[in-house]
Every structure is written in structure tokens, then in C-alpha cells.
Design a protein around this ligand. Structure first.
Ligand code: GLU
Length: 456
């Protein structure tokens, strides 16, 4: 078997899309399982739309999901713009062989001749022997171009429906369709695994591979990723940037696991599985053609599972970016285990524990209004007086509130609401009595009295 050489070839024209990350991971799995190479090629030839910060974003986002030069399977990054001489050379070769010809027709010329805007190029300049103008590839007039796609099987494209397509502009600069093939040829790529949107380029690219004297690679075009309305994920409508998930506190392991399941599965009903278990099982043959639903709720659930599976000390370390450095680490450690079972993404940590560190809890008005019903003041003052003397452990703190509630005909759940909001500012959060224990007697009493003052 030839050595597997796959590539990921993003254009740095925006934030790094989760669909791109899925393509990268599928390629990465192929490289790793075969001991092959994964080539990162930044397709940066569209100077008007490329920005260096997007290139940097791609590289750092890939590193976040484990794809980087730290691995022996990684090669690059290469920058397409550095290979323009090779692209021009290939164009010149095709021109010399008669596989490509110059053409000076404008769109208007073609329209005037064919009477339609939608008509493909009519081949007008094919045999004029022009020496300037855009360069067009001479497609066969008859027969079919047969593309073998690892997911779709054999697909035939009738050649008479394929126009003589442009491979270089009038100034000699190469177009995507050519540059992409020349680089894949030069980099000895064996498998082109990419998004479905490139499937329509494939017959043209396959003709170019052959015209340049090479055997085409194995093609695989991955299914589109859709949102809950079954619309293709779009950066205008959906949260698609990998970085935004990272910055919100998704764990890379959970993200990788989830992305791998967008179109692929291990063949049984397992879902949560580490990268090292997925790699040997991964196969293009098991990639499904139907659109893959990017289910943010499911991703959140995955992430929650991964968070809960972290050893406590690692969880504490991972929380660091969401904790103010001024907040006492010792105090956080005391509630970390409680928090770990309650958050689905790490950014939720902040709102769960800030009440322990801020001088006053942040009272949001809707929570306050919801909890501070008539009778709330009686609960708060009754509880405050018990807390002066109660034993400072969760069990005793709970019993005390149960008793105060009972005096006012309230079950514990109802009696808890005003106390929780007075102390934490919120209607939901960590277990109340453990929270009070950590907050301490003096500060708890302060908060109950502040709330009482506010109520009167
Ligand atoms: N630069 C192309 C893109 O980002 C990649 C095409 C390919 O993978 O062949 O869509």
C-alpha cells in the first residue's frame, strides 16, 4: 500500500468553521491510523479576502483539537502563495501541450453569441491560436469523466456538459481549480477528503490530474453540516466558529469526539469515546452521505460528560480562565466538586461561584422578584436569628431552615428561594447549605440583613 498522504487546505477568509474542523479531523484520523502524513496547506491566494489573523486563528484552533507540529503525522504549514511559480509552470505546460488555450472572450461576447447568460463557454477561441488572454482547459467533447468517490461510489459526468474552464487569468495568475491540483500533485497527496461543496469541481480537477500526467487521488466529499432547521450551517446564522466554542469553555476532547460523529460512527451505539479509540475504527467507508445535524444541545451534553469525567485537580486547573485571579483558590477548591457536577461548559463556573468572592452578590431583578414573595422577610429574619447559634454544617443549616419554613407553613423548597437569592443573588446554583457553610456565618448574616433592609 502506498503511504497515505492527506491534506487539509483551508482558505483563511474568516473564522475557522466547525465544518472545516470536521474535515481536518477525518484527515487526521486517516494519517494517524496509517502512520501517514497530514499536510496543512493554507490556500492564501485570494489576497483581497485573506487576513493573517485568520491564518493564525486556523493554526491555533487546529492545535487546540490536537492537530499540530507536535505530532509526527503533521507536515506544514505550507502557504499556497509561495508556489505560484509552479502553478504558472503547470499552466504553461498545459498550453504547450495543447491541453489549454488562450481566450479573450468577455462574458458579454459569449452571451451575444449564445443568446443566454447561463450558457457555458462556447469554445470560440479554441483553435484561434491566441497568445494572450485567460487560459482555458480544453475539456473532452464526448464521453464521460468518471469520478470514484469513496462515499458516493462511481459517478459519471458527461463531458459535453463541461465547458472549457478557465485555469489562469489574463495576467497569468492561476485559479483555485488549477493551483489546488498542482499543489496536491506536488505534495503527493493520496486522498482528497473535503467538503461536499467541492464535489462539482472534482471532474475538472480529475481531468487536470491526468493532463499533468498523474493518477488522481482517492476522492471523498463529506456530507454537509446542517442546523436544527436542516439548513446548511452558515456563519451569518449559526454559531460556527470553532474558536467561539473554545472560548466558551468547551473541552477540546468533547469537541473532537462530537465533530467525529458528524457523518461517521464507530458502527455500534457508542457515542462518548476518546480519540485513541476512534482512530483505529475510522473509515471513509462508514461515512454517511446524509446531512449531518450539528446539535448544539447534544454537544453541550457531551461536554458536561467530559467535564464530570475530569479528575478534580484537572477540573480545577481548567477552570482557571473563568475565575478572577484575585479570588481565593482555597475557597474555590472547597466548592469545585459541587460545581463540577453542575456545569455543561466551563464559562458557567463564574456565575456559580462568584457570590463567594464578591463583597455583595449580584442581584438580578427577575430573580429577586421571583423569590421575594410576601412572607419572604419573615423567612429571612427567622433564619438569620437561628444562624446566630446553629452548628455550622450543612445538615444543621438545613434543619434550621426547615424549622423556620414550618413555622410559616412553607416546605423547604419554598423557604429556600428567598434565602438563596439573598445569599447568592440567583434562583439556581450550587447546593444551598454547602454554599452557606463555605461562605461563613458572618458574611451569610450580613447578606440576610442586607436583603431584609432592601425588602422593608
Ligand atoms: N481552499 C479550499 C477551501 O477552503 C479547499 C479545497 C480543497 O480542500 O480542495 O474550500
Amino acid at each position: 500500500m502506498t503511504d497515505v498522504r492527506v491534506r487539509f487546505a483551508p482558505s483563511p477568509t474568516g473564522m475557522f468553521h466547525v465544518g472545516g474542523a470536521r474535515s481536518a479531523l477525518f484527515n487526521w484520523a486517516l494519517a494517524e491510523q496509517s502512520g501517514g502524513r497530514f499536510v496543512l496547506r493554507i490556500e492564501d491566494t485570494d489576497a483581497a479576502r485573506n487576513r493573517p489573523e485568520w491564518t493564525a486563528g486556523i493554526i491555533s484552533a487546529l492545535a487546540w483539537i490536537g492537530i499540530s507540529g507536535d505530532s509526527p503525522y503533521f507536515e506544514g504549514p505550507y502557504f499556497q502563495s509561495a508556489y505560484e511559480a509552479q502553478h504558472r509552470e503547470a499552466a504553461a505546460l498545459l498550453r504547450k501541450d495543447g491541453r489549454a488555450y488562450h481566450c479573450t472572450c468577455t462574458r458579454e461576447d459569449v452571451k451575444a453569441r449564445t443568446g443566454s447568460e447561463h450558457q457555458g463557454y462556447d469554445g470560440h477561441c479554441r483553435d484561434l491560436g491566441l497568445t494572450e488572454g485567460a487560459l482555458r482547459f480544453r475539456t473532452p467533447d464526448e464521453g464521460v469523466t468518471v469520478v470514484e468517490d469513496a462515499l458516493r461510489g462511481t459517478v459519471e459526468f458527461p463531458n459535453d456538459a463541461m465547458e472549457d474552464f478557465v485555469i489562469a487569468r489574463g495576467d497569468g495568475s492561476p485559479l483555485f481549480v488549477l493551483a489546488n491540483v498542482v499543489d496536491d500533485v506536488e505534495m503527493r497527496i493520496t486522498h482528497v477528503v473535503r467538503g461536499e461543496e467541492h464535489f462539482s469541481n472534482t471532474p475538472k480537477q480529475q481531468l487536470l490530474w491526468r493532463a499533468l500526467g498523474h493518477t488522481p487521488p482517492i476522492w471523498a466529499h463529506l456530507p454537509v453540516i446542517v442546523n436544527e432547521k436542516r439548513q446548511k450551517l452558515s456563519k451569518r446564522r449559526d454559531k460556527v466558529a470553532l474558536e467561539s466554542y473554545r472560548d466558551e469553555g468547551y473541552l477540546a476532547e468533547a469537541m473532537v469526539n462530537y465533530l467525529m460523529l458528524l457523518g461517521w460512527g464507530p458502527g455500534d451505539d457508542r457515542e462518548i469515546m476518546p480519540w485513541s479509540d476512534m482512530v483505529p475504527l475510522f473509515s471513509l467507508k462508514n461515512v454517511n452521505l446524509s446531512p449531518a445535524f450539528f446539535d448544539e444541545k447534544k454537544l453541550r451534553a457531551f461536554n458536561g460528560e467530559y467535564i464530570r469525567a475530569l479528575p478534580l485537580d484537572i477540573f480545577i486547573d481548567r477552570c482557571a480562565p473563568w475565575l478572577d485571579p484575585a479570588w481565593d483558590r482555597e475557597t474555590f477548591t472547597r466548592v469545585a466538586e459541587l460545581a463540577q457536577t453542575r456545569v455543561a461548559v466551563l464559562s458557567e463556573i463564574t456565575a456559580n461561584v462568584d457570590f463567594l468572592f464578591l463583597p455583595e452578590p449580584i442581584h438580578d431583578q427577575p430573580s429577586w422578584d421571583k423569590a421575594m414573595k410576601p412572607g419572604a422577610a419573615d423567612i429571612l429574619s427567622g433564619y438569620a436569628s437561628r444562624l446566630e447559634t446553629v452548628n455550622w454544617d450543612p445538615e444543621s443549616l438545613k434543619t434550621a431552615l426547615e424549622e423556620v419554613g414550618a413555622e410559616h407553613g412553607l416546605k423547604l423548597g419554598k423557604a429556600q428561594a428567598p434565602v438563596r437569592v439573598a445569599i447568592t443573588g440567583r434562583t439556581v446554583g450550587l447546593p444551598l447549605f454547602e454554599s452557606i457553610e463555605v461562605l461563613g456565618r458572618e458574611r451569610t448574616l450580613d447578606r440576610l440583613h442586607t436583603a431584609l433592609a432592601k425588602l422593608s
